[in-house]
Design a protein around this ligand. Structure first.
Ligand SMILES: [Ca+2]
Length: 367
């Protein structure tokens, strides 16, 4: 989402980037894409063999220093990955992306670095690793506040709704003097918390009177600017209608009718984030029968075992299901239409399926 939010959003359902990648690494990110003989779903995560990889590398490497071939950032990002195709592309963007692969930070990409990048893609936490390397611009193995601000300020996310860096969020993670550096493990958590904090800031920005309410259109604005990766067409088309009709967003007898309350706002986003869990709960309850339908009460009963899913989230789920034309009953079809990610096609999912020798048809999260 950093540089091409539209591309990122539209690719989510193609099973390529997880939301985190669409935010951080806006690309198809298959370094070995050219090495596939057959594009089967599991094969693309396999590591390409060295010889084939070298062949690909040599095809793009335009720089030669003392008899050694290297890729320039432009060779790698623009010609090989096909990102930033515009002639007048942003040089800073190119530098930030090239820098991810150039671990020696000498401005060019060696075969070893190319190979390491390819290997990184087959790690189970590849997407977080990529994000970390993007933020760790000087390659010290830790992210400083300056790096965090520099990279985030360069995102379209920040351009839509500026992130306020002068907040407790920054103080808590980097210290008040901003001198604390963040390790990889901590960084993965920060990345997660950052998106929540940003949504929170956006709500406050629109709630100018501090009433705890925003309008459905403002809600729509926030969702499409900050959470577009969570919005399937079914959600996007119906979000305003749903929030206008929702009981949870009205205060009876007051002028707050048809407004979005803060709890509704957070529950809505949380539900979209949790859709894979909802699918799991559905499958457990129906014994794996995707044709079965469940009422709100049935689903709610099962959801008690999962603390992540609140009754308000289940309410919102059924409000969405209702506008999809299923009065009061939910089946796999509706869940699928609302779920932002096809988790079974995700690289980490494929990887763990492979490791455990499981069939890719099996539903559910692999972690
Ligand atoms: Ca290098």
């Amino acid at each position: 989402m950093i540089f091409k939010p539209k591309m990122a959003a539209s690719r989510v359902r193609d099973g390529e980037p997880l939301s985190i990648v669409s935010k951080i690494w806006p690309n198809k990110f298959q370094a070995q894409c050219e090495s596939r003989s057959e594009p089967t779903s599991t094969q693309w995560i396999k590591r390409a063999d060295t010889e084939r990889l070298r062949e690909i590398f040599m095809k793009y490497a335009s720089v030669e220093v003392k008899g050694e071939k290297y890729m320039s950032y432009s060779d790698f990002i623009r010609k090989y990955l096909g990102m930033l195709p515009e002639e007048n592309h942003n040089e800073e963007t190119l530098r930030l992306l090239g820098n991810v692969v150039d671990t020696t930070k000498d401005g060019k990409i060696s075969f070893t670095e190319f190979q390491a990048f390819e290997a990184l893609l087959s790690l189970p936490d590849a997407m977080y690793e990529l994000a970390f390397q993007l933020f760790d611009t000087n390659g010290t193995g830790a992210v400083s506040y300056d790096e965090f601000e520099q990279v985030l300020s360069h995102t379209t996310l920040h351009q839509y709704i500026p992130f306020d860096f002068k907040t407790d969020f920054v103080n808590l993670h980097f210290g008040r003097d901003k001198r604390r550096e963040v390790s990889y493990a901590e960084f993965t958590q920060i990345l997660h918390d950052f998106h929540e904090e940003h949504a929170l800031q956006a709500f406050r920005r629109f709630d100018v009177d501090h009433t705890g309410f925003i309008t459905p259109l403002q809600f729509y604005d926030i969702l499409t600017s900050l959470k577009s990766h969570l919005l399937t067409p079914a959600v996007k088309e119906n979000v305003v209608a749903v929030t206008c009709r929702a009981k949870g967003s009205k205060v009876a007898g007051s002028d707050k009718a048809h407004k979005v309350s803060f709890p509704y706002f957070t529950a809505f986003i949380s539900l979209l984030n949790n859709m894979e869990l909802v699918k799991k709960v559905y499958l457990v309850t129906t014994g794996g029968n995707k044709k079965a339908t469940l009422t709100k009460e049935e689903l709610l009963h099962e959801c008690q075992y999962y603390t992540q899913l609140t009754p308000l989230e289940v309410d919102i789920l059924f409000q969405l299901v209702d506008v999809l034309g299923q009065q009061g009953r939910v089946s796999w079809k509706e869940l699928d239409a609302l779920a932002p990610l096809d988790i079974e096609k995700m690289p980490f999912s494929q990887q763990s399926i492979k490791v455990r020798g499981r069939n890719t048809e099996q539903p559910g999260l692999s972690n």
